[in-house]
Design a protein around this ligand. Structure first.
Ligand SMILES: NC(=O)CC[C@H](N)C(=O)O
Length: 206
């Protein structure tokens, strides 16, 4: 069963709906026991980095989540802000991140050399694979995903970058370090392309 961390942040309902569509069983995890019995974890997130980190700290779930992912090596997928919280820090906040995948979260500039862009990055965009992973198995060449964000993850180690997307700058649209994964886009809002990623995630470790 996939535990969707319920720490008061993120659109858990639409994530659960997409998981059900791909035949994956899931539940909302609000307690330490809920996390202890999880086979996989999804860390959702929408909004400000500070609010997300504070809410996650107040949930008291960080130690048990870290026990499961670092000692039991179960797969975890962070979505949007949930991915950004895995960083060391974010320009959006003075709060420290979880530090699970080395890197910092930076704000898009409105101007890159001679390219001016609107911030937030909002809408559909394509991705380019930077390495193989079961998470992106059978991706269509033209896979595209729905984004809504003003900040992006800059990985310290290039080998942790799974997918990149071009938006003024080429940024990490998905990251992976072993069993720890993150998607900057919203798979639950990305139709068949998001379903493919969620189906792949639900099949990990089975
Ligand atoms: N949609 C979101 O939750 C955005 C996350 C983060 N605040 C950003 O702007 O990048």
């Amino acid at each position: 069963m996939i535990a969707i961390v319920d720490y008061g942040i993120g659109n858990l309902g639409s994530i659960a709906n997409m998981l059900k569509k791909v035949g994956a069983k899931c539940y909302f995890a609000r307690s330490i026991i809920d996390i202890k019995k999880a086979e996989k974890i999804i860390l959702p997130g929408v909004g400000h980095f500070s609010s997300g980190m504070k809410a996650l700290q107040q949930s008291k779930l960080i130690p048990v989540i870290e026990d499961r992912i670092f000692n039991d090596n179960i797969p975890i997928l962070g979505i949007c802000l949930g991915m950004q919280l895995m960083s060391d820090s974010s320009e959006e906040s003075n709060e420290k991140g979880l530090g699970w995948i080395p890197g910092k979260v930076k704000r898009f500039s409105n101007l890159y050399e001679d390219i001016s862009i609107r911030v937030p990055h909002m809408g559909w965009n394509r991705v380019e694979a930077q390495k193989d992973s079961p998470l992106i198995n059978d991706f269509e060449e033209k896979s595209k995903f729905y984004f809504v964000h003003s900040y992006y993850y800059e990985c310290k180690n290039q080998k942790d970058v799974l997918l990149t997307t071009q938006y003024g700058v080429e940024f990490a649209s998905a990251i992976q370090k072993g069993n720890i994964m993150g998607a900057q886009f919203h798979p639950e809002k990305s139709h068949k392309y998001g379903m493919k990623l969620m189906k792949n995630f639900s099949g990990l470790g089975n």
